[in-house]
Design a protein around this ligand. Sequence first.
Ligand code: SF4
Length: 76
Amino acid sequence: MVKVVVEKEPCIACGVCWALAPDIFELDPATGKTKIKDPYKKDDNEKQSVGEVPDNMLDTVKNAAASCPTNSIKVE
Ligand code: SF4
């Protein structure tokens, strides 16, 4: 499994990650920030949305992280 973390503070809700990895990322209407979708979500708090995705989604999630203009997505 691959750990994915979204730092909420710098996220500007540009939508790039939602477009590139719609199975993993979505807008959280409550905060106006990105969150990790339920099937993959492990934790969601004020600062971060944390998830785990299967290894076969590594390229997709890395691509989204590399394309995020504010560097808000970390892949571990
Ligand atoms: S690409 Fe980055 S800044 Fe844009 S919505 Fe996703 S996490 Fe937020």
